[in-house]
Design a protein around this ligand. Structure first.
Ligand SMILES: Nc1nc2c(c(=O)[nH]1)N[C@H]1C(S)=C(S)[C@@H](COP(=O)(O)O)O[C@H]1N2
Ligand SMILES: [Mo]
Length: 384
């Protein structure tokens, strides 16, 4: 038997309907917009130089925006699949004859291919990142960011081109059957049912990561890499062993260098503990979507900066004992460096920092991405 190329009529389900596509598309648009705005924010928050520094308050600002980012992105997964399924029969539409018509079809399909490709790339790399698996060579952050702009651009074009169709589809009642329907068998799931199911799937998907931020439902966070628990009641991202710093971090000769030009001060843990100690309640908010709040104790960064006559408004770089891979270096914008809540932390939740949380000393600052809260400090350097 010869294989037959399907035509749109091959697909008889009433669920392949523009009304369903438009409604799911609307939710998907909301998810993408939320993920985009929070994603741009997160990217900026991680920049080593912020021309206009982000505010230092609220202390949980990044925690909330990044949770929204991951929740919106996860909820988009089932919505995207349903949307693609409702419209895929259109792939088999043969373009009308004529160069102009074919060209227009090619353009339309090209832009949709770009949109679908970019959207699939974003949700897959995002999900893989949430589960803390980095099976690729490229920089996740740079690629995810660039393709995010691509997806957003293609989405704007897509909505612009389809606006009349979308308007018409949204205006029509879902239950109203048309002449087309009469030629199609009824299905146990009607269009309204499919929409409900999609909404439910999106909610379930969101809950599967939300537990990474909401301790009360953390057992449901099957997707999240880090749930509550971990030493001292706070999850650990990279352990001291994984970072290759076990020996250096447990060396009794450890000192932290504070440097401003050629002014250098070296402080061991006893010297740091001799400074006035402060306690702050601040979250670690990982880009992967999980977060946890702890009570950190230690020295105010600004007290240390005074030792080397750091000028007001200086950016400060943090170097870790760690030699390789992400997390070993960060730069703190000036307002965060002088903030009274920014500590070189020596303790967490009433006990000295554990090796995995950054012993002998780590940075903790308000409203910052987790990845910039450098652990196992070796050197603090005033930049300008
Ligand atoms: N030196 C160093 N610091 C680091 C990291 C790292 O890999 N190396 N991971 C960062 C990331 S991604 C996060 S989310 C936080 C997690 O801190 P915790 O492991 O104490 O919870 O530490 C940050 N500090
Ligand atoms: Mo992180």
């Amino acid at each position: 038997m010869r294989a037959r190329v399907p035509s749109p009529d091959t697909f008889t389900s009433r669920l392949h309907d523009v009304r369903v596509a438009a409604r799911v598309g609307r939710w998907l648009g909301v998810c993408f917009a939320l993920a985009f705005v929070t994603g741009v924010l997160s990217h900026y928050a991680q920049a080593t130089h912020q021309p206009i520094p982000l505010p230092t308050r609220p202390v949980w600002g990044y925690q909330v925006t990044q949770a929204v980012h991951v929740l919106a992105g996860t909820a988009a997964v089932p919505l995207l699949l349903v949307k693609l399924w409702t419209v895929y029969p259109r792939l088999f539409h043969r373009p009308s004859r004529g160069v102009r018509a074919r060209l227009l079809t090619a353009l339309e399909r090209g832009s949709i291919a770009l949109l679908v490709g970019a959207a699939l790339f974003e949700v897959t790399t995002g999900l893989v990142n949430v589960t803390q698996w980095y099976p690729w060579e490229f920089s996740f952050r740079r690629a995810h960011y660039a393709v995010g702009w691509t997806a957003m651009g293609a989405l704007v074009v897509h909505v612009g081109v389809k606006l009349p169709v979308i308007r018409g589809a949204l205006a029509r009642d879902l239950d109203e059957s048309d002449s087309y329907d009469d030629r199609r068998p009824s299905s146990p799931l009607d269009r309204r049912g499919l929409l409900r199911l999609s909404g439910l799937a999106a909610a379930v998907a969101a809950v599967s990561t939300a537990g990474g931020t909401l301790p009360s439902i953390d057992r449901l966070a099957v997707l999240s890499a880090r749930r509550s628990g971990g030493p001292q009641g706070v999850p650990v991202n990279r352990t001291a062993r994984a970072a290759g710093v076990l020996a250096a971090a447990s060396d009794p000769e450890w000192v932290c260098e504070v440097r401003h030009g050629d002014r250098v001060v070296e402080l061991d843990r006893a010297a740091l503990l001799a400074f006035p100690q402060h306690a702050v309640d601040l979250p670690i908010a990982c880009v992967e979507g999980w977060s946890a709040t702890g009570t950190w104790t230690g020295v105010r960064l600004r007290d240390l900066l005074r030792l080397v006559d750091a000028p007001d408004g200086a950016e400060v770089a943090f170097h870790s004992l760690q030699r390789r891979r992400a997390g070993r270096f960060s730069v703190l914008p000036a307002p965060f460096a002088s903030d009274p809540l920014t500590l070189v932390a020596l303790g967490l939740n009433g006990v000295p920092l554990s090796l995995d949380h950054g012993f002998p000393a780590r940075l903790i600052a308000p409203n910052r991405p987790g990845v910039t809260q450098t652990k196992w400090l070796a050197r603090i350097e005033v930049l300008r």
